[in-house]
Ligand binder design. Sequence first.
Ligand code: ADP
Ligand code: 5GP
Length: 213
Amino acid sequence: MRNTGFLIVLSGFSGSGKGTIMKELLERYPDEYALSISATTRAPREGEEDGREYFFKTREEFREMIRNDELLEYAQYVDNYYGTPKSYVNEQLANQKNVVLEIEIQGALKIREQFPDALLLFVTPPSAGVLKDRLTGRGTETEDVIHSRLARAVDEADGCEVYDYLIINDDLDTCVEEIHQIILGEQKKMRHQLSTIEAIKNELKQFVKGEKV
Ligand code: ADP
Ligand code: 5GP
């Protein structure tokens, strides 16, 4: 057993399905995962609520959070700022939850520096055509913004070698299960299990010394 949870970064092109995947993962495994809610200066989309999808901030409020060192990382994406509030992540990790950060690539790099054990997952639809269709089909952005997001995706495609896994979001159900299995596999790595082995070793010593029968 580790005494803290795992930090998982989920990134991917805009429209690749990160939000949809996270919603499904939390519905299936509510006790295992906690989703960090970011702060952003972007305007809420229809149906989004402050404190549920994001903490919606003015630029001044966002700058204040930076000044007060309240963010684990932050980055500019297209025309807005996005950042991860520190307190929730630290609290959930201490409660042994697996905390998922749904953030873009610059933020992911900053997390890797601070948490070398963080697991970095990158999601993509099966093709560029599907990405464009999903982004358009979502109907939440203007054509201009969609264009900027596709342009940003071209840059992101160059940076994704730092990620540990590439996940194809074709069939949603398969994709969510794959992600869950990858996380379970990560937790089983020996370097994350050393305290379990240590506990067994200590008990074995007691048997050997006759202190325990
Ligand atoms: P992101 O959070 O990465 O920007 P979303 O989760 O908003 O992406 O997904 C973009 C659009 O694609 C949404 O309309 C969503 O319903 C749809 N979508 C997501 N995953 C799939 C999938 N596996 N198959 C079909 N449509 C999907
Ligand atoms: P959207 O406007 O579509 O909700 O998000 C735009 C991009 O910002 C996505 O790639 C999303 O993953 C990223 N993002 C959301 N929150 C954060 C955050 O706290 N930090 C960083 N670095 N990126 C974020």
